[in-house]
Structures are given as C-alpha cells and as structure tokens.
Design a binder for this molecule. Structure first.
Ligand SMILES: Nc1ncnc2c1ncn2[C@@H]1O[C@H](COP(=O)(O)OP(=O)(O)OP(=O)(O)O)[C@@H](O)[C@H]1O
Ligand SMILES: [Mg+2]
Length: 509
C-alpha cells in the first residue's frame, strides 16, 4: 500500500528495507533530504550505508518501502534511470581510463553527435564549462594519465554533474585522498549545495562530516538509530551512536621498542620517484611515513618490499644486504607488505574471504600437491577470530563491507609473523571501532618484536601509532621526528617541504 505522497520537495524515503536472501541489511529506513542541504550519513562498516545509497541511485531495488522525489514516486530501475530522474552516485573508486583525454572520459559512452560524427568541439567546450563550475583548472584535451588522485576524483564528480543532477550521493569520496586534497572536494560540495543540490555524504572521517553536513543520520545494523537535524553534534555523541555504547576513541602509546636494528636503509632512490631515503628501524618499532598525496611514500615502501626496483642505495635486514627489486627476496627475508589498494592489488573480490587469506600460503598448506577445502576453511576461521572479521568467510569478499575487507587483507598477510611488516593506509574506509582494532593489531605486532612501517595520510593516525615519523615531500625525505617532536604543525611543515615552500604552493595539475 502506498502512503500519501509527501507534498514537500526533496528526496523522501519511507520504510525502506532491503534483504539479500534471508539476510536483512536495511530495516524500515525513514529519511528526508532537502534540496540545497548536505545530509551526513554515518555508521560502522556493514551498517548498510552503501546499500542505502545503491537503492537511491538505482543500483539495487528495495525489498520494501517507498521513495519520493520532489513529490513524485521514484523507483529507479538502473543507474541511468536514476540519472534521468536527476540522481547521481559518486563512487569511492575512481574508474577513469588513463589513456583517454579528460573530455573523452567525461563523455564516455555518450559523446555528442553532429551530422553523424562525434562533435569534439562541443565535447571540449562542455567539459571546460563543467570543470570550471567545479573550480578545477584543467585542459579537457589532456590525458587523464598522470593526474593526481584528487584531480581524478574531481573528474568523476564532473562526470556526474554533466547530467545536471538535483541530488548527488557521495559514498566516501575522500577515502583515497589526503587531508589537503580532500579540501578540494569539500569546496566542490559547497558549490553544489549553494546551487540547490541535495547531497548525501558518507564518510568515516567524523571531522569531515562535522565540517560539511547540515544534518546527520546514523545507521547501525541496517537501522536508523539516530538523526540529528542540526549541527554541530559532539564527535563523541556520533561515535556512541555508531558503536551503540559509550566508546572512547583514543591512541595508546606503543610499547618501547628494542635496541636492535632490524632494517637499515641507506640512500635509497629510484629515478623519477624518490631519492635519499635513509633510516634505521628497530625491532618492535613503529615508523610512520607521513606526507601529502604525491609525496611518493607508496613508492618507497614498494621498493622496500621488492615490488619495484631501486636504482641507488642499500637495504640491510639484520645486517645482511637484501637483494633489491625482487618480491621473492623480500618475502624470504620476512618483509611483508599490505598494499593500499585493497580492491586492485590486495584482494580477489570474487573469491571467498578464506580463499583470499590462504592464497599466499597455499604451497605450505598443500598435501600431495592439493590444497584441501577443509584446510582453507580452518585457516580462514582462525584468522576470522584473531582479527574479529564480521561476515561469512565462505562468501565472496566483494559482498563484505569495506572495513571487513580491510581486515581480511591484513589477516591474509599475517598468517605467519613477518620480521618487517609494512602496511599502506591500513584504515582507509574503516569505521572507528574497526580502526581501534587494527591499531591494536599493529601495536601487538610491534610489541612482539616485529618492526613495522605504517604509511598513512591521516595525520592523527601516524602520530598516534608511531614511535617515530619519517616525513616526505615530493620524493625527498624532509625529516624524521620522534613521537614527542612530531606535532601536527611540524609534520605538515616538513610535508610541504619547508625549505622550498614556494615550489609547493604553485598550483599543479
Ligand atoms: N550482494 C550482497 N549479498 C549479500 N550481502 C550483502 C551484499 N551486499 C552487501 N551485503 C551485506 O550488507 C551489509 C551492509 O553492507 P554495506 O556495504 O551497505 O555497508 P556500509 O555501511 O556501506 O559499510 P562500509 O562502511 O564498510 O562501506 C553487510 O553486512 C554486507 O556484507
Ligand atoms: Mg560502504
């Protein structure tokens, strides 16, 4: 039975529910989004935020409930149907084709045609206009390859805006951006709001939500558990609503490390990427790698893990020189790296969580050349309880929420204890509770004597976790600070490359 249509403009959901088979993922969600406002949507991993967004954007259909759009019933059958009705979803993952130009990416699959031919001039003109409206200075004819993540994310936004949506959903748009790049996205959202666009904004960074949202809704286990029509809301109140109990988010200092040097790095460099990297990492020490997006932190850890070659320098593990540029040598020496891009490099989303975890260890599990499903499940179950993974280990990892995928990724590389553990952006897209769990995992590894390197774009995270922080700026090591020295101001000063500040402040692009 249909309820009476709401007279007001905006996006209105009534009793929205969604089940996957027997599993109820959303229950009776009631929610309203006004034009020209930003609704912050928060909740733990697996709370149902993306499922909700996917329903609004026509990716999924609800099992029950109704939606109205500006007073008219709204039941999108597909994302393009939703776009036709004025609703766009901007995904967290960037899906641009690097070889094509900015304009070609913007118009992919729907190029303007004139007299039977693609109207390039119109395409470039419209691209320039939509980019300008977002405040992005960029030649639409240049290829996407080589553009920063923040710029690529802006292009994704521009792509959605070409269809002139009245409602835009952002599902963790800043997850792959550093703090300063995220500011660019906030500006764009402010512009959209000022033009009357209604926005749903999902993020695990509660400071962002506090900064952007006009109202906040919290989901937990598929239900709306709190609704704040006005801001500000104390951060602790948001956390408590997400977690469902009083929960204090605070960093514990790591246990003191040992005196013995595990990894020593001298003058490590790779042409065109980074140079002059040098440090000693002790047993049980956590070294944070801080810097802005583009500082080349990932390139440095990839070289340490043998994923990329290095042109100069030396790496010693327990005093023994390490053959550089081969992952095998690094793994044999006990250096393990968890990559930052869990969907691209880290996990096979179509395979089960257990199969993902056992993949690197299959040789050891095999008996008579065969890996028995029973052993895969056993190893999966063991890691599930050690890492408190929520979700069914025998189902495809792709159906797990983002935070649980991240835990599966860590679990995969920690079946055996490594000598040196490197982790790149360990809590991207992870909720507060899971974050604390991951920090505890990292602190415990260090306390057991493992040397740890953590790359993170979240300043609070690097500062909270590390014994020392190595700061990089544009491929150079600009300083190493102890835990006491590493204030946000000092780290940021080094991250923008203090000595050559002028270079950094020029617009790039
Ligand atoms: N296709 C599917 N089949 C079965 N279960 C699914 C499917 N898609 C999602 N789920 C389940 O629905 C629940 C909600 O997932 P959803 O992705 O909406 O969470 P989320 O709030 O976006 O989490 P995150 O913050 O980690 O992104 C999870 O338990 C997830 O495992
Ligand atoms: Mg999600």
């Amino acid at each position: 039975m249909l309820d009476a249509a709401p007279a007001t403009s905006g996006l209105v959901c009534r009793n929205l529910s969604k089940s996957f088979g027997p599993v109820k993922v959303l229950r009776n969600i009631n929610l309203e989004l006004r034009p020209g406002s930003v609704l912050g949507l928060i909740g733990e991993n697996g709370a149902g935020k993306s499922t909700f967004n996917n329903i609004i954007a026509g990716v999924l259909s609800p099992t029950e409930g109704q939606i109205w759009l500006d007073g008219a019933p709204y039941q999108p059958h597909s994302p393009s149907d939703a776009l036709d009705r004025g609703v766009a979803l901007i995904h967290q993952e960037i899906r641009l084709l690097p070889g094509l130009s900015v304009a070609e990416n913007l118009f992919l699959g729907r190029q303007p045609v004139r007299a039977g031919r693609i109207d390039r001039a119109a395409m470039i003109e419209e691209s320039a206009a939509v980019l300008a409206a977002l405040g992005v200075r960029l030649d639409p004819r240049r290829p996407v390859r080589g553009l920063s993540m923040a710029t690529q994310q802006s292009i994704e936004i521009a792509k959605a805006l070409l269809r002139r949506p009245r409602y835009v959903i952002f599902d963790e748009p800043t997850a792959s951006l550093g703090e300063s790049d995220a500011a660019l996205i906030f500006e764009q959202i402010d512009r959209l709001r000022a033009r009357g666009t209604g926005i749903i904004y999902v993020s695990h960074r509660l400071d962002e939500i506090g900064h952007l949202a006009d109202g906040i809704v919290c989901l937990r286990d598929g239900q709306k558990v709190a609704d704040w029509p006005t801001v500000p809301v104390p951060k602790q109140e948001l956390i408590n609503a997400m977690v469902g109990r009083a929960f204090v988010f605070q960093h514990e200092a790591p246990a003191p490390h040992r005196a013995k040097v595990a990894l020593s790095v001298r003058d490590l460099g790779r042409a065109g990427a980074f140079r002059g990297i040098g440090f000693d990492l002790h047993e049980g020490e956590i070294l944070g790698l801080a810097g802005l997006v583009g500082a080349r932190r990932t390139d440095v850890v990839r070289a340490l893990a043998g994923a990329d070659r290095a042109d100069t320098g030396e790496v010693r593990l327990d005093g023994i020189p390490l053959a550089l540029g081969t992952p095998r040598a690094a793994i044999d020496a006990g250096i393990v790296m968890v990559p930052e891009d869990r969907k691209g490099l880290g996990l096979n989303l179509d395979r089960s969580a257990s199969a993902n975890i056992t993949l690197p260890w299959e040789a050891g599990l095999a008996r008579g050349g065969l890996v028995r499903p029973h052993d895969v499940e056993r190893m999966g179950r063991a890691q599930r309880s050690r890492f408190d993974i929520r979700g069914r280990m025998e189902l495809a990892v792709g159906a797990m929420s983002g935070g649980n995928q991240q835990k599966v990724l860590l679990a995969k590389w920690l079946v055996r204890d490594p000598r040196v553990f490197i982790v790149d952006e360990p809590t991207r897209g992870v909720d507060v509770g899971a974050k604390m769990a991951i920090y505890q995992i990292i602190r415990d590894l260090a306390a057991s004597g493992i040397a740890v390197i953590v790359v993170s774009s979240e300043l609070e995270e690097v500062l909270g976790l590390s014994h020392r922080v190595l700061v990089m700026s544009e491929g150079r090591q600009t300083g190493i600070l102890t835990r006491n020295e590493a204030t946000p101001t000092r780290v940021m000063a080094l991250a923008v490359g203090e000595p050559t500040r002028r270079d950094i402040l020029q617009p790039t692009g």
